[in-house]
Design a protein around this ligand. Structure first.
Ligand SMILES: Nc1ncnc2c1ncn2[C@@H]1O[C@H](COP(=O)(O)OP(=O)(O)OP(=O)(O)O)[C@@H](O)[C@H]1O
Ligand SMILES: [Mg+2]
Length: 416
């Protein structure tokens, strides 16, 4: 018999996981061992001082003979001090089925965080989602500043920016009334004109310190896509997460970017229909994240015709904004050149002695015919090339200095 089975509350699982990680433990699902139960090596290699086994997968309905399976599998973990945990949702069944496997059943006690003084006076209801900076939480003044920054950072697309501002203002009202949970934007159009940049800019304007929650649907075109996105099929891998949950959990901003949306399939489309409708994202293990107040940006290279063919009318009508991003005007491309050059110079000047003049962008503008470039990635490459040429002409001595010019170029280019 094993010593003890510990139950965790789903809501507290990630906190527990982090605490254990800090103590040097990784949590592993029992499914790997169930799938390969005849392989004695994996049991022999198991290290109970660095790993905890989550046995939830046993209980979620995938396996019928839980009692028998338990009796076979647990004796293979030979060390008595091995820690086993399970989702409390299955406590009743597991207590019964595994009554011959464990001596004790108890609950995991999570050590409380160091709360700031006065924290307990605050209402609880917001605590789950409040870790995200959201458009619905900004004051009117903050919103003005937000839009100003958004307009400055994303070049061109003036009509979109006007529409977006209007949309957000409506959204904030109806979200408060509980009638509009998620603001969804579906952006189509040419490559390299700023569709993905919209989400990055939103993230920047919120002052996100962690990464933007981004999922590329180009990676989810197979029939197994839903399970890798939202978590494993019932019971298959236990408590492992789908990518989207990991991304949302790891961000501090209420913005989600779904890139290349059209690359995925009908199952995923339906899943998102549900997400937009309910304002929640639910994993296959029934874990929920409340996305109330979130903005989801879907981007796609789909043509207008394919948009109607490929995306169902229900889903189409569910997007709050559907927009076609057109090519940028030359004046916007010039702004882009100015911004890029200034930021390259800034970085250059912090690293090297011979300081470059901030106004150098005028020289770049004289060297680059922006009309030739429609994709800003190509324009960016051109800027880099002109920059390298400029340095090698203006500072030829740097070039001969033991190849250090190459180092400079590589260093700077690597960053852009
Ligand atoms: N309107 C814009 N404002 C500011 N930067 C832009 C804009 N358009 C493009 N860029 C710059 O060009 C790069 C590429 O843009 P982005 O990733 O948004 O392209 P995209 O429209 O999503 O293209 P694709 O369909 O190929 O994914 C960005 O990293 C950004 O630096
Ligand atoms: Mg993109």
């Amino acid at each position: 018999m094993k010593h003890e089975l510990l139950f965790f509350e789903r809501d507290a699982f990630y906190e527990y996981k982090e605490q254990q990680l800090a103590d040097g433990y990784e949590i592993e699902s029992i499914s790997k061992y169930l799938l390969d139960a005849g392989n004695n090596d994996i049991f022999a290699n198991f290290d109970h001082t660095t790993h905890i086994i989550d046995i939830t997968a046993l209980a979620v309905g995938f396996y019928k003979e839980v009692q028998m399976l338990g009796e076979q599998i647990f004796e293979k973990f030979t060390n008595e001090d091995t820690i086993f945990i399970a989702d409390k949702k299955h406590e009743e069944a597991l207590r019964y089925d595994l009554r011959h496997c464990f001596i004790n059943f108890s609950n995991i006690e999570i050590e409380p965080h160091d709360h700031k003084q006065g924290d307990h006076n605050q209402p609880n209801s917001k605590s789950i989602t409040s870790k995200y900076k959201k458009i619905t939480d900004l004051t009117d003044d903050e919103l003005d500043v937000f839009f100003q920054k958004f307009r400055e950072t994303l070049y061109g697309h003036e009509k979109f920016k006007d529409n977006f501002e209007e949309l957000v203002k409506n959204f904030r009202v109806f979200n408060k009334l509980g009638e509009h949970k998620i603001l969804s934007l579906f952006l189509m159009g040419e490559s390299g004109v700023g569709k993905t940049e919209v989400a990055r800019t939103l993230h920047k304007c919120f002052g996100g310190e962690k990464k933007l929650a981004k999922v590329n649907f180009g990676n989810y075109s197979s029939e197994f896509s839903l399970s890798s996105l939202i978590g494993s099929a019932r019971g298959y891998i236990g408590s492992e997460d789908g990518e989207i949950f990991i991304r949302i959990r790891d961000t501090d901003v209420g913005v989600i970017l779904i890139d290349e949306f059209e690359k995925s399939n009908a199952t995923l489309f339906n899943y998102f229909l549900d997400v937009l409708e309910s304002g929640k994202i639910i994993s296959s293990l029934a874990e929920e994240i409340d996305l109330d107040g979130f903005i989801i940006v879907f981007t796609s290279n789909i043509s207008k015709e394919n948009f109607t063919n490929k995306i169902s009318p229900e889903l189409r009508s569910r997007f709050d904004y559907k927009g076609l991003f057109t090519l940028l005007y030359n004046q916007d491309k010039r702004k882009f050149v100015e911004f890029r050059v200034k930021s390259i110079i800034k970085k250059y000047n912090t690293e090297f002695e011979n300081k470059l003049n901030e106004n150098l962008f005028e020289y770049f503008l004289s060297q680059i015919n922006v009309a030739k470039y429609n994709n800003m990635r190509d324009l960016n490459k051109k800027i880099k090339r002109v920059f390298v040429d400029y340095i090698s002409i203006e500072y030829p001595e740097v070039q001969t200095d033991n190849g250090s010019f190459l180092k400079i170029a590589r260093k700077l280019l690597g960053k852009y």
